[in-house]
Design a protein around this ligand. Structure first.
Ligand SMILES: Cc1cc2nc3c(=O)[nH]c(=O)nc-3n(C[C@H](O)[C@H](O)[C@H](O)COP(=O)(O)O)c2cc1C
Length: 227
């Protein structure tokens, strides 16, 4: 942009507008006495509330951060299961994220539930789930997603979109709708076993609530962090 470009005509958002963005957060907090002492139960409650909130379109979307030998990276994946063992998502085992997890299984998961002024951050260790479990889940996916997973060598550079669509077409002919699509060898789930889970609730005057559970042996210890 040159200096004499009129700001009103700029298609870009101004830096002043970005720095002025802020909103006030509400009154309802989360306290040591109101939080469920079982962080998985507390997470399930918040996930249920986020799912019921029409402002949140994909409540199970979470930002998975990994740290590989080539540095940090982050991307969104979908939570597909949660229980006392941890948090499960599915992906390609030869993708960039999987290479990074192989180099360093320590990851973080972040659920950004902004319309509810909430955020949950999980730190944990990721490991592959059983092939049989992945197969079971793969079989429940829509046919087009199954073909899409087969067609994509996730994270690889490709020459054009056409290459991808051609591959999809060939596989769709090989496995027509209604037939059993085999799970790709290199596709499956990861379980993230949590070592800490932080619940963040926006409060007035930036005095937000941050309650973090840390796993010690088989017990969860709760601590409050300064916002
Ligand atoms: C809302 C949303 C949900 C997504 N869910 C998944 C998912 O469950 N699994 C997955 O592999 N990629 C998912 N993606 C794509 C990833 O963000 C990412 O582009 C892809 O996994 C490749 O990441 P990588 O190259 O870092 O391995 C999703 C993207 C968005 C925006």
């Amino acid at each position: 942009m040159t200096l004499d470009t009129p700001m009103a005509e700029s298609p870009e958002i101004s830096r002043e507008a970005i720095s002025a963005m802020r909103r006030s957060y509400g009154e309802a907090g989360i306290t040591e006495s109101s939080i469920n002492p079982d962080p998985i139960a507390q997470f399930s409650l918040w996930l249920k509330e986020a799912t019921a909130n029409s402002m949140i379109i994909e409540a199970n979307a979470m930002v998975l951060s990994t740290l590989g030998q080539d540095g940090p990276s982050a991307r969104t994946v979908l939570l597909k299961d949660v229980d006392q063992n941890g948090f499960t998502f599915f992906t390609n085992y030869q993708s960039d994220k999987s290479r990074q997890i192989q180099a360093n299984p320590k990851v973080s998961l972040l659920f950004p539930w902004y319309p509810m002024e909430r955020q949950v951050i999980v730190i944990g260790s990721a490991s592959k789930i059983d092939q049989a479990e992945s197969e079971k889940y793969f079989a429940t996916r829509p046919w087009s997603s199954q073909i899409g997973a087969l067609a994509s060598s996730q994270s690889e550079v490709i020459d054009s979109r056409q290459v991808l669509e051609q591959r999809f077409k060939e596989l769709a002919e090989k496995y027509p709708q209604g037939s059993v699509v085999p799970k790709p060898e290199n596709w499956g789930g990861y379980l993230v076993k949590p070592s800490s889970i932080e619940f963040w609730q926006g409060r007035y005057s930036r005095l937000h609530d941050r309650l973090r559970f840390n796993l010690s042996g088989s017990n969860w210890n709760l601590e409050r962090l300064s916002p």
